[in-house]
Write a protein that binds this ligand. Structure first.
Ligand code: NOJ
Ligand code: CA
Length: 566
């Protein structure tokens, strides 16, 4: 069946809403969000006006890393539901015109995956071990790890096989997440099967976890961790495109994605894929090419302060970088890995030091406990800036990825007791990095009532603070100026705004961003301290702050249409 280019290009300017299933809605009251919970909230998503949802992993998992430790790629965690529940959810979402994207974690499995268990049991030199990265330890007893490398979450990146055979396995993340060997044919074939499995069930595409990391070459002499970190830093800065790194952004990773693309294109419209790749701007097009994954996340705007000049630089840079692949941009301010932006913009501390960019995953370092658990915050400012920044990105060409709860203006929950924390980042750094649980607290649906409407049974799997109810959906719907009503209005208007993909900057003071889209609509963000007077001939159709007609107050974004001529 032929697909029209309009249908095939649905993703280019889509609004994709990220659901973290365990924290969205708990239909059976066991304290864990589930697929039936999502199905029960389809009307909410439809009224919000999103084009697609992206589901973080819902596969069987020991939850050592919030589900990014997958034990079976082609099933549903029994605590979250069944494949029938998945089909029912898909049907309900599709009926409401909402597409579904699922998360694929190809860099590593859970240590509960049957292949890893088989690998441990089969012993050194076996074909089963070839699917992962096993190496002999160092020293006469092989009781030292093969290298001194650290994992992204802190602590060593190698763990002993536990079989008294002198072997260690590599895990870039937690010790419960052994890395795959992507030179292995079984691994390659299995993922093709996984893509077909979900493609045949009707999903519209995939979000690819750690897309920069699958291809590795561990043969030959390996650098020290210090050398490795320096190589990573170079790799992440522009102009080092030729630098070869043993585990990071290797050219041959694209060969893997080219084989996936053939499968994606068997579907009509072709399945989409968006890469989570932390790579230099001059490498991003490789992941976003129509022959490979097709789209790549950009987190640059998320790392910016609320600053017009910084935003403009990022936007120009981002749009320029896309020319090579012809892909569309992705705009992201929050996700399940970062401090929610309503809190980030309120923090009286730098959001990301440039040196953080040299670490493997810069965003995790935003959760450094120092300065965050007891931050100087101004929540009202945080929310004002968050609303303004979101309205600014929603007007840009490209697709926007929203994270569940940001439409409620939810802040980060900073003070989760240590005993209730779940993030391996917290445990592996002895609490030095407090981790990402604060942005994963289950959603408040009702101001009052048991667990704020998240579920009616057991305690939610992460505790809700006592002030959670004031951010609930039901009260937000009643308040015309709520963040939820702002998002809903914006999404409805956006259907007209997203016409072509061009963007034209208009003259404005340095602390103001002012751009025009091809249909004449304009967006103005004021990050300055005084009002910005709107030039003649425009009508305000949306304001992220108070209602205005002729000016843009500080920390506010407005959308403008050309005034009808009289
Ligand atoms: C990126 C995911 O977004 C994050 O949540 C996860 O911990 C790592 N990849 C490892 O899978
Ligand atoms: Ca449940």
């Amino acid at each position: 069946m032929l697909t029209s280019s309009l249908e095939a290009d649905w993703w280019r300017q889509a609004v994709v809403y990220q659901i973290y299933p365990r924290s969205f809605a708990d239909a059976n009251g066991d304290g864990i969000g589930d697929l039936k919970g999502i199905t029960s909230r389809v009307d909410y998503l439809s009224e919000l006006g999103v084009d697609a949802v992206w589901l973080s992993p819902f596969y069987p998992s020991a939850l050592k890393d919030g589900g990014y430790d997958v034990a079976d790629y082609r099933n549903v965690d029994p605590r979250i539901g069944t494949l029938d529940d998945f089909d029912e959810m898909m049907a309900a979402l599709n009926k409401a015109g909402i597409k579904v994207i699922v998360d694929i974690v190809p860099n590593h499995t859970s240590n509960d995956h049957e292949w890893f268990k088989e690998a441990l049991a089969a012993g050194k030199g076996s074909a089963a071990r070839e699917r992962y990265i096993f190496m002999d330890g160092k020293g006469p007893n092989k009781d030292q790890p093969p290298t001194d490398w650290e994992s992204v979450f802190g602590g060593p990146a190698w763990s002993p096989s536990g079989q008294n055979d002198g072997q260690w396995y590599y895990h870039w993340f937690d010790s419960s997440q052994p890395d795959f060997n992507w030179n292995n044919e079984d691994v390659k074939a299995d993922f093709l099967k996984t893509f077909r499995f979900w493609g045949d069930r009707g999903v519209s595409g995939f979000r690819i976890d750690v897309a920069h990391g699958c291809a590795k070459d561990m043969s030959g002499e390996l650098p020290s961790y210090k050398e490795l970190a320096e190589m990573t830093a170079k790799k992440l800065s522009n102009g080092n495109a030729d630098l070869i790194h043993p585990i990071y952004d290797r050219d041959e990773v694209q060969d893997i994605y080219k084989t996936w693309r053939k499968i994606f294109n068997e579907y009509s419209p072709p399945l989409i894929a968006v890469a989570e790749c932390w790579v230099a701007a001059d490498r991003k097009h490789l992941y976003a090419s129509p022959d490979t994954l097709g789209q790549a996340f950009s987190f640059d705007i998320l790392l910016d302060q609320f600053d017009a000049a910084a935003y403009r630089k990022t936007i120009d840079f981002q749009l320029e970088g896309l020319k090579e692949s012809g892909s569309s941009s992705t705009w992201v301010l929050s996700n399940h890995d970062v401090i929610r932006h309503a809190t980030r913009y309120s923090l009286d501390m730098p959001v990301a030091e440039s040196s953080d960019l040299q670490a493997h995953i810069p965003i995790y370092n935003m959760h450094l406990a120092s300065g965050f658990t007891q931050p100087k915050t101004d929540p009202a400012r945080g929310l004002r800036c968050a609303r303004a920044a979101t309205m600014m990105i929603l007007g840009l060409p490209g697709s926007t990825y929203l994270y569940q709860g940001e439409e409620l203006g939810l802040p980060e929950v900073a003070n989760i007791p240590a005993a209730e924390r779940q993030d391996p980042n917290f445990f592996r750094t002895e609490g030095r990095i407090i981790g990402r649980d604060g942005c994963r607290v289950p959603l408040p649906w009702n101001e009052k009532g048991i667990h704020h409407g998240f579920g009616e049974g057991k305690e939610p799997h992460l505790p809700m603070p006592e002030w959670w109810g004031k951010h609930a959906v039901d009260t937000a719907l009643d308040r015309p100026d709520s963040t939820l009503n702002l998002y809903r209005r914006a999404m409805a208007l956006r259907k007209d705004l997203q016409c072509g993909e061009a963007l034209e900057w208009l003259d404005s003071p340095a602390e103001v961003l002012h751009y025009r889209r091809p249909n004449g609509w304009e967006v103005v963000l004021n990050a300055g301290e005084s009002d910005y007077i709107i030039p003649e001939g425009r009508t305000v159709v949306l304001s992220s702050g108070v209602a205005v007609t002729d000016r843009v107050p500080p920390e506010t974004t407005v959308w403008l249409t050309p005034s009808p001529s009289v």
